[in-house]
Design a binder for this molecule. Structure first.
Ligand SMILES: CC(C)(COP(=O)(O)OP(=O)(O)OC[C@H]1O[C@@H](n2cnc3c(N)ncnc32)[C@H](O)[C@@H]1OP(=O)(O)O)[C@@H](O)C(=O)NCCC(=O)NCCS
Length: 141
């Protein structure tokens, strides 16, 4: 298995990207309704950087970054297909993100159970206040 990474393509194939979301439990199974397709792709198309991992034609991992490219960058939606996890793909996706904006501060918001993963690859727990206005599209965000 040779994994190939693409640092250029933002317009990932929607069906495969949605399959990735389903596989990690972030989306319900079934085809994405037509009226939701644009909204599903918008965050990827509008990200500063999208990096994807491929096994041949199969999308096996992806990550997106919003960045001012100098000072501050935020990682979103790092995900790897379960059957491809623990092979270094997630770490390589993050490494490539950082390589694009090497002097930047890097931030990620994640859950308690995933925070150990980021600590393992070099992130430090941030101190200070974390404030937000919740997204109106998600009841529990
Ligand atoms: C988190 C995720 C992206 C990691 O990708 P991956 O390709 O499996 O990661 P890697 O193979 O690069 O790294 C695996 C290493 O991290 C460790 N690891 C994985 N999840 C971990 C966790 N929650 N806490 C601590 N360590 C973790 C593994 O034990 C493994 O350690 P090893 O290298 O010593 O064997 C992947 O598990 C995933 O897609 N999870 C579901 C989506 C998700 O929660 N994404 C994060 C959103 S912020």
């Amino acid at each position: 298995m040779e994994i190939v990474y693409n640092d250029e393509k933002k317009n990932l194939p929607i069906a495969q990207l949605h399959e990735l979301f389903i596989a990690v439990g972030w989306s319900d199974s079934g085809e994405l309704p037509d009226d939701m397709k644009a909204g599903f792709m918008q965050p990827w198309l509008h990200s500063t950087l999208v990096i994807s991992a491929w096994d041949g034609d199969k999308l096996v991992g992806a990550v997106r970054v919003l960045s001012d490219t100098i000072f501050r960058s935020v990682i979103y939606d790092l995900l790897v297909l379960p059957e491809f996890q623990n092979k270094g793909i997630g770490t390589e996706l993050v490494r490539r993100c950082i390589e694009h904006f090497p002097n930047s501060e890097w931030l990620v918001e994640t859950t308690q159970d995933i925070s150990g993963y980021y600590e393992k690859i070099g992130f430090k727990r941030a101190t200070g206040a974390y404030l937000k206005i919740p997204c109106k599209l998600f009841a529990n965000s």
